[in-house]
Design a protein around this ligand. Structure first.
Ligand code: ADP
Ligand code: MG
Length: 245
């Protein structure tokens, strides 16, 4: 059974058919890149998996169970995590406190809020920071970090909830080319270790073809092709519609 299975989902906004009858699946431990031009329907697809939008038709299945149209908080509690295009951390808190906040939230103690975070599972927070290579900066305020490091902290925060599936919409936006590859290499290692599936969107073809296990191509709301990076790179329709070669 697939970790995630999307079956024929569609979404229109007024007269705009943002996503039209798309289907694909994702296995545990796998990185699937969803690519396509601006306006292709990538974020709309993410939002239908994460619960921010309900599909007009079709099904979203997590481990074979329908999560279609459930609220975001419920989908999150079923093991679907998410990072954002602009990294979201508490700038005035330290790196380790940010991860402690995420652990509080994962433990359903979000309402106890700061300053309780300071004493919450410090060793687990540090272990997560080790995984993303940020333990040596644990006590710095997030506001003092380079942007690429903020993205690592955000990844550690997403892992605090131990998701089965992580949704990353343009995780490397605003990063330098070298940093992009590094962040997704790290994500890939962590996904393999934890058997966590990752669905991500990405504009850098170095990252897509270097790090993804499979690639799905959306064009004008439709799934044009899906397959291994090599198969997608060699697909004449993809080259014509998107890669521009
Ligand atoms: P992508 O993430 O691939 O750039 P989106 O999913 O954001 O694409 O958008 C797909 C299409 O749906 C675009 O034409 C966009 O303008 C439209 N769209 C997305 N969200 C909304 C919304 N909330 N209201 C109206 N139109 C939207
Ligand atoms: Mg988008």
């Amino acid at each position: 059974m697939s970790l995630l299975r999307i079956e024929g989902i569609s979404k229109a906004f007024g007269g705009v058919q943002a996503v039209q009858n798309i289907s694909f699946g994702l296995e545990a431990g796998e990185l699937l890149a969803l690519i396509g031009p601006n306006g292709a329907g990538k974020s709309t697809t993410f939002n239908m998996v994460g619960g921010q939008l309900a599909p007009d038709s079709g099904q979203v299945l997590l481990n074979g169970q329908s999560i279609t149209g459930l609220p975001p908080r419920t989908i999150w509690s079923l093991g679907v995590g998410r990072t954002f295009q602009i990294a979201q951390t508490f700038a005035s808190l330290s790196v380790v406190e940010n991860v402690q906040m995420a652990l509080l939230s994962a433990d359903r103690k979000i309402f106890s809020w700061w300053p309780r975070a300071a004493s919450h599972r410090p060793d687990d927070a540090l272990a997560l920071l080790e995984q993303v290579g940020m333990a040596d900066q644990a006590d710095r305020p997030c506001s003092a970090l380079a942007y690429g490091d903020v993205k690592r902290v955000e990844l550690a925060m997403a892992l605090a909830h131990d998701p089965q599936l992580l949704l990353m919409d343009e995780p490397t936006a605003g990063m330098a080319p070298g940093e992009r590859v590094t962040l997704m290499q790290l994500t890939r290692q962590i996904a393999q270790q934890r058997r966590m599936g990752v669905l991500f969107t990405e504009h850098s073809m170095d990252v897509v073809f270097g790090q993804a296990d499979r690639v799905a191509v959306l064009v004008r709301g439709q799934l044009l092709a899906e397959g291994t990076p090599q198969a997608i790179r060699d697909d004449a329709r993809v080259q014509q519609a998107y890669l521009g070669t």
